[in-house]
Design a protein around this ligand. Structure first.
Ligand code: SF4
Length: 309
């Protein structure tokens, strides 16, 4: 991490910590992630089509449209040869949003064929020369097709960086922190992984434990219980059954020798406090103690809790 990087308290400037943070995320992503067909290819044309389609359409709905599109026009040459009206009709028939995107995509295919001899350019800067391809899309294609991109910074990534490392809500700070965090030469897996984290774990209402977030041990929000973010201005609502909460207490205590109530509470529920604060936690712990699962040491100051030995 650079001095302007992700962590104001300096923890991440330690290279070993940074390596551990990177490895944990990549391992988490590689162990299990949502399978989208464009994640199985490094064909820049197929990836560009997926990126343009997903600008306005939910990923799950893009899958069928993407399959159909590539069946109709399997290569950049085939798309360049197509009649523009056919591409636009395809777009509206599949409810893919603004028809201009279909026109631009067709135009970009023509550019690749005419100006680049059918070979996509490989850098974000050159890819941005293509019609309708902005900085985000150019970087996504450079990363996923050529493993040659910069660190992606989108709304999901900002939310993750803000919560996990206390990066201030400032575009330049997000850019710097994201770039510092990305391991050199690994944009393909890294950008996929951090976007996946924002998409399935660090969502507006985070599911830190159930999604097995690999950054819990370093995450400021997980530590403090404050899960607000630039796009989540107030503490997110949080649903959880009593059974889930009991499970969380046991899992959390399994990771530590003992915890105070103030340390345990925010790790159990993101909205710890108020009606679901200390009194609520004490009642839950009393149940678990009665079931022989935890020990509550009320003689210590403050009270600490541990798993029943
Ligand atoms: S621990 Fe929770 S808040 Fe922190 S990065 Fe992971 S999912 Fe987000």
């Amino acid at each position: 991490m650079s001095d302007s990087g992700a962590d104001g308290e300096g923890a991440l400037r330690d290279d070993d910590t940074l390596d551990a943070i990177r490895s944990a995320l990549i391992e988490w992503y590689e162990t299990d992630h949502r399978e989208y067909p464009w994640r199985q290819t490094d064909d820049p044309y197929a990836i560009l089509v997926s990126e343009i389609m997903s600008q306005q359409t939910q990923l799950d709905r893009v899958v069928a449209a993407w399959d159909d599109f590539l069946e109709e026009w399997p290569t950049v040459e085939a798309l360049a040869d197509a009649a523009r009206g056919d591409v636009v009709s395809f777009w509206s028939d599949h409810s893919l949003g603004y028809n201009n995107r279909a026109k631009y995509l067709h135009e970009a295919a023509t550019q690749v064929v005419d100006e680049y001899d059918g070979q996509f350019p490989e850098t974000p800067d050159e890819l941005q020369e293509l019609m309708g391809v902005g900085p985000y899309t150019a970087n996504a294609v450079a990363s996923f097709a050529f493993n040659n991109g910069d660190a992606v910074v989108d709304t999901n990534v900002k939310r993750v960086l803000y919560r996990a490392f206390g990066v201030p809500d400032d575009d330049a700070a997000f850019e710097t922190a994201a770039a510092d965090l990305m391991p050199a030469g690994r944009s393909r897996v890294w950008n996929n992984a951090i976007m996946e984290l924002g998409g399935v774990a660090c969502e507006k209402t985070p599911t830190c434990d159930t999604a097995g977030c690999p950054w819990r041990e370093w995450c400021h929000a997980y530590e403090s219980g404050d899960f607000t973010a630039p796009d989540v201005p107030t503490q997110p609502s949080f649903e959880g059954s009593r059974r889930q909460m009991r499970g969380r207490v046991i899992r959390t205590l399994g990771e530590y020798d003992e915890l105070t109530l103030d340390e345990l509470g925010p790790r159990v529920r993101v909205d710890y406090g108020g009606e679901t604060g200390e009194a609520w936690l004490r009642e839950l712990l009393a149940d678990l103690r009665d079931d022989g699962l935890v020990e509550i040491d009320a003689d210590s100051e403050p009270t600490v809790v541990r798993l029943q030995s």
